[in-house]
Design a protein around this ligand. Sequence first.
Ligand code: 9YT
Length: 149
Amino acid sequence: MIVRRLEEIEGTERDVKAPTFESRRLLLRDDGMGFSFHDTVLYAGTSTYIWYKHHLESVYCIEGRGELEDLDNGVTSEIRPGTFYALDGHERHYLKAETDLRMMCVFRPALTGEEVHDEHGVYPLLEPVEHPGGEREGRASPEIPEETP
Ligand code: 9YT
């Protein structure tokens, strides 16, 4: 049995920081479960372009407010606590966080932990957003994907 707590993961290599989000990987491929499980916080005022070419992902929001834009099907959905979505068709999408958005994510196959470092399959893209608090302005995207719509 595996028992872990968020505070044990914070600040370790399982705590991955990207320009628009932080992902705490509670379970990775090495754990041998066949899926990975992440506690992710997308930062308020950001928009993240995501296309998981090789993975299926299920996502459940437990905190915050935002919007999911399915670019393949032209459908936009509100995200709030209790909202669940599953990317069963590898849909390209934007995830926009109005407030900090805390999402519990399951990936199959499991992420190894390298993917975000390599920008492989995850393409953060920061859109300029008016930000009254100002505390999270000014981060630049490290890479603009060729596939960006
Ligand atoms: C839904 C979501 O948070 N996607 C971006 C990050 C992803 N969960 C990850 O790499 O852990």
